[in-house]
Design a protein around this ligand. Structure first.
Ligand code: SF4
Length: 168
């Protein structure tokens, strides 16, 4: 008879991890967490989209999408809408996604404070006038706040969705 440790569930939690305007510190934290949790997570989680660690990625039929970073252009807004349309749940990860800050601090600049270099970047990359938090663009089901994300809260949220999908 299999021990509890060797039983593999028939369904794994299909997770996507996405980064927008940010320093990607929560992605680095996730990578660090994999050092400790990979053996446990590989039995119950499928990392279906994780571009920082995989070359083959898909955002089709995700159970949970974790999104870090703020939304700073209409192109990014379209991308997060596409992720929302392909995900049962969306979790905002880190302060930039949850509140917009610190990435949205440029929203408070007066136009005369914008130097030529900033104007070049704004125009060249089609950035929006205002940087937005994730919930300004799509429905968000959960938030893992912190700059970078609070690890304890992140682990609790992962467990919550394993429970919701009856995987653990
Ligand atoms: S919330 Fe903080 S750590 Fe995370 S991307 Fe934004 S600035 Fe970086």
């Amino acid at each position: 008879m299999d021990s509890v440790d060797t039983i593999v569930p028939s369904k794994k939690l299909a997770i996507g991890w996405f980064s927008f305007t940010c320093s990607e510190d929560s992605t680095i934290l996730l990578t660090e967490l994999l050092n400790d949790h990979w053996d446990e997570w590989k039995k119950v989680i499928e990392f279906r989209h994780l571009r920082s660690l995989k070359t083959q990625n898909s955002l089709k039929d995700l159970d949970v999408a974790f999104i870090e970073g703020a939304v700073s252009s209409e192109k990014q807004a379209d991308e997060v809408r596409e992720i929302r349309n392909n995900s049962k749940y969306v979790v905002a990860v880190g302060s930039c996604a949850c509140t917009g800050l610190p990435s949205s601090s440029r929203n408070d600049f007066l136009s005369e404070e914008m130097n030529e270099k900033m104007k070049f970047y704004m125009n060249h990359f089609n950035y929006s006038d205002k940087v937005k938090k994730l919930a300004d663009v799509i429905k968000v089901d959960d938030m893992v706040e912190g700059c970078p994300m609070n690890v304890e809260v992140f682990l609790t949220v992962v467990d919550k969705y394993l429970d919701i999908f009856k995987i653990k």
